[in-house]
Ligand binder design. Structure first.
Ligand SMILES: [Zn+2]
Length: 334
């Protein structure tokens, strides 16, 4: 039977507005300026990856988190503009959260991972490739073709040294036909249980991974949905600076429509920091899948977040709460 495990591969410190400021002026060049200069409203968010254990096709890792050097030798690892744009404490990673340790706790070895699907090529999703030099990296063609693209001509989307850790890269073209309300899809496994769906927007070629499990389906959303709440696109949006912000909103609406079509769909976001992830999703996925009781608990939680129309309940709207420390790290309500 196919299993999916949730892995927490460290954390990252981000401005609150990066996650929740899209409707509040964090757009275009202003978004980048505010990202670089807002040092007073930080939140720490987890970096999630998901491990699929497929009976015929072995281990498939979706996103690879960050590595030790990125985290603990940040200033040395990052050269060029990245050196200046990001703080030295951008990432946090304990020895327990390193990919090899996380796999070992589940009884797996890094050598057993055959494929890594990267939802996109940002640092917190491909840093861990350095632990998996023999795995095949699978990304969308759109993401690959834009790997040298620079925002405003100078901010690179991809930090090449992290990508270069992958020795074998396969790009996919979504040639497996339409799936529900998606015009195109890519069957990653021969039995169709693992599908890649195009969700451009956060990056030019971002993808999501749909896994068919026993009685439900799991959509691993990467950063198309930073958190569950980002599904309510009219109430909360992430920051966005590229030409593709409209694509991001369209991709989120497409996921919302997929959820209406597939009532058993469960969302597995890239950086959810709420009870949704830690009390509902992660405990179930610590053993490889959700029981009917866990699914019911997850649905009950979703009802506290969303109205019947898919808007956020008033008390679920994220708000920044300042922390007590001089590091300006606060937390988020809801
Ligand atoms: Zn991310």
């Amino acid at each position: 039977m196919i299993k999916v495990f949730a892995l927490r591969l460290g954390s990252t410190k981000v401005p609150f507005g990066q996650f929740y400021g899209g409707l509040d002026g964090w757009r275009g060049a202003r978004a980048v300026l505010r990202f670089a200069t807002d040092k007073k409203h930080f939140i720490i968010v987890p970096i999630h990856a998901y491990l699929i254990d497929h009976p015929e096709e072995g281990l498939i890792l979706v996103d690879a988190g960050v590595n030790w050097r990125q985290t603990h030798e940040h200033g040395d690892y990052y050269r060029g503009i990245a050196h200046y744009l990001f703080d030295d404490d951008e990432y946090q990673l304990t020895r327990d959260e390193e990919l090899p340790a996380a796999l070992a706790r589940l009884g797996y070895r890094v050598e057993d991972v055959r494929k890594v699907v990267a939802t996109h090529l940002h640092e917190d999703h491909i840093g861990g490739l350095s632990y998996l030099p023999d795995a095949e990296l699978v990304i969308s063609r759109g993401e690959w073709e834009n790997r040298d693209w620079k925002l405003f001509g100078f901010l690179p989307m991809v930090y090449q040294p992290s990508l270069q850790a992958a020795r074998k890269i396969t790009t996919i073209d979504y040639a497996s036909g339409a799936f529900e309300n998606f015009d195109a899809s890519h069957d990653l496994t021969a039995d169709g249980t693992v599908k890649l769906l195009p969700t451009p927007g956060h990056t030019p070629g971002h993808l999501c991974v749909l896994v068919r499990l026993d009685g439900y389906q799991l959509l691993i959303t990467g950063d198309t949905l930073y958190t569950l709440r980002h599904l309510a696109n009219d109430d909360v949006q992430a920051f966005g600076a590229g030409d593709w912000v409209p694509n991001q909103n369209a991709s989120i609406r497409r996921i919302a429509e997929l959820r209406r079509r597939l009532p058993e769909l469960v969302l597995a976001p890239g950086h959810d920091h709420s009870d949704y992830q830690f009390l509902h999703l992660a405990p179930g996925l610590a053993k490889g899948g959700l029981t009917p009781e866990e699914l019911a608990g997850l649905r009950a939680y979703e009802e506290t977040v969303f109205t019947a129309e898919g808007r956020l309940q008033p008390e679920a709207i994220p708000r920044f709460v300042p922390g007590p420390g001089a590091d300006h790290v606060g937390r988020v309500t809801g």
